[in-house]
Design a binder for this molecule. Structure first.
Ligand SMILES: [Zn+2]
Length: 77
């Protein structure tokens, strides 16, 4: 497989998909994707992208819930 962004070599891997919409932030683990060894861009097959959209609509129960620390870059010491 060739990366559609840079033409680098893309490999099949399992990745963690992250999705953000306003204050809602979800992660989906063990998602099959093609990851470019050159630029790191992840691409998903149309079938996988469809499934990911279902998670984004929160139709299923998460396996666990993380608390995520949020920082403001302006507050750094
Ligand atoms: Zn690439």
């Amino acid at each position: 497989m060739v990366c559609v962004f840079c033409g680098g070599k893309a490999e099949e891997k399992e990745v963690t998909f992250s999705y953000e919409e306003g204050d809602k932030y979800i992660l989906v683990e063990h998602v099959p994707a093609r990851v470019c060894a050159n630029c790191g861009e992840k691409t998903y097959s149309p079938e996988v992208a469809d499934e990911l959209r279902k998670f984004a609509k929160a139709k299923c129960r998460p396996i666990r819930v993380l608390s995520v620390p949020v920082f403001d870059y302006g507050d750094r010491v």
